[in-house]
Ligand binder design. Sequence first.
Ligand code: EPZ
Length: 431
Amino acid sequence: MSGSMVIDGGHRLYGEVSVSGAKNAALPILVATLLTQEECVIEHVPFLSDISGILEILRCLGANVVQHEDGTVVTKVVDETACTAPYELVNKMRASIGVLGPLLAKRKHAKVSFPGGCVIGLRPIDLHLKGMAALGAEIEIEHGYILAKTNHLKGAEIFLGGAFGSTVLGTANVMMAATLAQGTTVIENAACEPEVQDLANFLINMGAKIQGAGSHCIIIEGVKELHGARHRIIPDRIEAGTFMAAAAITDGDITIKDAKLEHLMGVVDKLREIGVRVDKVSENKDGLDNIRIRGTKSYKPCVLTTLPYPGFPTDLQAQFVSILCLASGISNVTEKIYPDRFMHVAELSRMGAKISKEGPTLMIEGVNHLSGAPVMASDLRASAALVIAGLVGRGETTVSHIYHLDRGYEKLDEKLQKLGAKIRRIPSSIS
Ligand code: EPZ
């Protein structure tokens, strides 16, 4: 369901909210199930349109897939003949480029639509292709598709870095391919994001030999085959960070349950710097944290730069820009991962924010209030930033095109309502 979200601003958030499974861990992990014909059971998979999209791709590639109400997804590949990920599906979601590695490794052929750019800027895949070529794949681009084939992938030393540093999905793709390659692969400058570590843990459960995931050097010793496995997805650190921002901006007092504080240290550091109180309240039996966030009436400005993990994540930049619009002074926000990821800025300006931009840097002059307005969501995280701004905007904010939010936030409106936000969804037919 899409449409708009209408928010009556000015209500402080109180109470408890649980974090869903991480979208960006679940997507590559679901794709990795293509590496075996045995059954895989993935738990804590969020209900999101991006997840439905990847499940559709798995079905199209010969997997039986069942998604249970409790968030468990059971997959089993029953037919390995299909090797094509078509444009209509890849186009909806860039994570589908992740099928390249598993298809090449397991089926020796892959035909995957070239994903192209998207609203957050150019998103090249040269590093994915460089990695596959280093493992011995022959690659051609034809009619908008990547055609890749191999007799057998061979382990190699690969430096996976580009102008903007490491690549998360590129590291995932090469790591998956290397699990079934002959010999040893060393990925230098590997992405260290927790989602890459979670994928590595799943692959290890499947019988892969992987060392160093979570560091800049991952070593994979190829094995002959992988088997089925059961795995529970890590909590979504970006969803948790989004609730932290929502609590902060409303001067709220909320406890975020079942999160992983360790994955959020770059974010927590910034929150504390601007004046938010962040405390770990307790730890549950699975080693997950309950984190209390206490806001205040006025925030200090700050200098914020997005960086690969463990630095401040690009996926929380927009949400923090919303908070800094109300800080008592001038903040600078520099985007080092996607220099054009600023679609929220024009919309926040419609709400009274004072933001100027030079290259990949925003200068934000804090104002004393935002005012509710009709605004348009343009991508997932920009949409979240607009909802967050709407929580404090004076009067009513209507965020349209919210299908973007449904790609990556599970029941965001319901979770915010439980925390006391006055937010409602209007389906597109009547919005
Ligand atoms: C993942 O995208 C996430 N997506 C993104 O989340 C996230 O913003 C991004 O990592 C950075 O953390 C998923 O996990 C599904 P990258 P990914 O390759 O892996 C450049 C969200 O909102 N690059 O790490 O595609 C690239 O242009 C989304 O949930 C190359 O130059 O990102 C960027 O500047 C959006 N060549 C930088 O590297 C390549 O071949 C990092 O991108 C690949 C990437």
